[in-house]
Design a protein around this ligand. Sequence first.
Ligand code: ADP
Ligand code: MG
Length: 917
Amino acid sequence: MAATGFGNFRNGTHGTRASLNSSTKASLNSNPKNSSLKSKSLNSSGFRKSAPASLGAAKDDAGVPGRVRVAVRLRPRNAEEMVADADFADCVELQPEVKRLKLRKNNWDSDTYEFDEVLTEFASQKRVYEVVAKPVVESVLDGYNGTVMAYGQTGTGKTYTLGRLGEEDTAARGIMVRAMEDILADVSQESDSVSVSYLQLYMETIQDLLDPTNDNISIVEDPKTGDVSLPGASIVEIRDQQSFVELLRLGEAHRFAANTRLNTESSRSHAILMVHVKRSVKGRESALSSDNGNNSHMIKSLKPPVVRKGKLVVVDLAGSERIDKSGSEGHTLEEAKSINLSLSALGKCINALAENSPHVPVRDSKLTRLLRDSFGGTARTSLVITIGPSPRHRGETASTIMFGQRAMKVENMLKLKEEFDYKSLARRLDIQLDKLIADHERQQKAFEEEIERITIEAQNQISEVERNYADALEKERVKYQKECMDSIKKLEEKWMMNQQRHASDENMVGLKDDGSDVTSKGEDSGVAVVEEVAEIKKLLQKEALLRKAAEEEVDNLKSELAQSKKSEALGNSEVSNLSKMLEDEARQKEKLEGEIAMLQSQLLQISFEADETRRRLDKGWSEKIHGGLDSQMSQLRHPQLNDTGNGEKASIAKLFEQVGLSKILSLLESEDADVRIHAVKVVANLAAEETNQEKIVEAGGLTSLLTLLRSSEDETIHRVAAGAIANLAMNETNQELIMTQGGIRLLSMTAANAEDPQTLRMVAGAIANLCGNDKLQMKLRGEGGIKALLGMVKCRHPDVLAQVARGIANFAKCESRASTQGTKNGKSLLIVDGALPWIVQNANNEASQIRRHIELALCHLAQHEVNAKDMISGGALWELVRISRDCSREDIKTLAHRTLTSSPTFQAELKRLRIDY
Ligand code: ADP
Ligand code: MG
């Protein structure tokens, strides 16, 4: 049964989202036997210990058994891209540590995809082999089928990854060479055999690259086992690495020759290397001995030898770019169809598997028939998708990524881990903030207590010093007084004594009445006086000393007082230091709050991105991913439909509520540039939802956005703000508001200073929306709106041109309506403002977006006879004729035809030129 192989592959691979998450986290190299081939332990049969016979899916420890493991590998920029894309960022950004790839949608928006392995442009060939192919090779050695495929646009490195021989540089060896090395190292030369076939599949024909004469090999399927074989293909036994490399080189040469002969390109063909590994198992002793103990000997001798066969298929797929169906490379349509038949059949099978469809169309192509048993329950398959960095090939890169994602069979590839990261970060910061607040409060309390303590201490010291001083003063005073009293008392006593002595002397003089006595008495009293004076002097000296000591004491006390005053001042400065610290803390807190607000706004933005992504996913895989440009355009034109699941909506609404629109809008004026940028992104995201637009405008968001255009110098802010304005400008009321607030002037100014095409695209988109408002025609033109649009065509980026074309078409439509209603006379303002040459030049632009708008604009202009003359002299008549003949849109074609036939001026000109119309 054709579907059996794929069916088995599918069974058990259909996981819930949770299990898929865990599986994608597992490395590609998740084989249970992840030890190196050379160092592993062999059991007695020469095989590594492996799972029992029914292998299947359950033995894979990666969580999702049998699932195709998908790695993405990015090629470094080549010389041409270094020059041509010098001004542009890569279209992808890899995050190998989280196994994610971001595909840029525009300058600020990207989609994130998760793979089993993400290999950057710096990944070595060895690492690529180890993560992509080694587990497969190990399973082949254990007797299973294994496949390694490379898928990607031509030139992105499929052959580099798989087929490089690395003779000039061993580090450059590709997967084929390394796989053979590991196989040869593991097999036994005596009992095992390794043989290869090397084929090319082109236009559903299989050619033998080892024998070029053999160019129509058929596929045979064993109806019983489902095994696929190519009995017609050469099989060459390989004994050593050198002969294998030689064989690969020979195959490559034949491939080149065959392609030259058939006039084909190798990028259109698939190269298939098949390696058959046959190993003999000498009895089954290892499996049985443990069960049967001593009987093993006997059983061994009874059992016939067993051979285990494994097959490794390495497929270097044709370039995944879509070939032109018209056969521009000289192919007929039939050829063109069958060239990529196999590749598209492979895609269909993978889609069917991814969608769990009951029918997997394996029989549709040779490639899928050939790979059928590679997808069996026991097979291990690795896919490496190769991509280039150039933004010019974004479309092809996106489709390659989607192919890889479908091959992973993950229902919802976009992981929203960041959402949680931000949430938890915000939560962590919240906790941190709370902790800081509590610490801060505690510290404040401690500071206050400390200050009080110091103050009290200082006061105590001062009062103690004062008390000491008073005490000492008092003591001195008392002492001094006492001493004074003592001295006085002494003096009084002495004086009394002298008096007495004097009185008795007088008595004696009276008795003797002798003059000589007078002399002696006089001498006596003179001595006493001298003594007395000397004593008083001494006393006085003592007093002076005491006084000096007291004065010193006073000085001491004074200096002590000064000291304590100083320490009080010190205490005061400490207090002011502490309050400064408090202020710092408060500032820090404010900053953290700002950060939290910013994180919340980022979180909100991410939620919106996630929402948008989910919405896109909800729409199903059937939608084409190739139209990257189209979807970007429609993003700008249409408000996004809000058909998300209720759960998502609720969570976003909750977040929105938490942060609050006014808070977000206030962040637009934040002093921190990062916060401003994030805030404007959030507003832009919100503005993309029709339901939010009114609220944003009501809360003054439109004015803030216009102010940002004026006040900010930052191009990112200009770009995002212009994008938001473009979205708001889809609503008529807002269009009038934008005009009254000088929007045209601000947008033109932004355009004049912008270098980034995406900024110009947004500005042009905004003006284009305004161009579609009947009431604003005159004012818009008067303020230079048309001139601003035409000024932007300098930037030749197709996205910008498409917006300019849309604006012109909108304007022409409104004008035409006004002319028909009679509210406008005279020729088109577009013609007056000099738009016609650009219109004519781009009427047949290769980008359908641009072409279609211009075709419409031309038809509108042509409907009014006043414009006919200018249109004829400007060369627009030819474009109209062309449109009426070749336009792929039937309605436009008819409109052009009708216009041409009903205009007398055009008719006259056509007649003059003898053109039969
Ligand atoms: P494909 O087979 O997908 O068409 P190729 O393998 O031929 O692409 O690679 C195209 C060019 O890019 C080659 O010159 C190749 O050497 C180079 N190239 C591819 N991948 C890498 C890489 N990882 N590192 C360096 N050069 C690379
Ligand atoms: Mg190639």
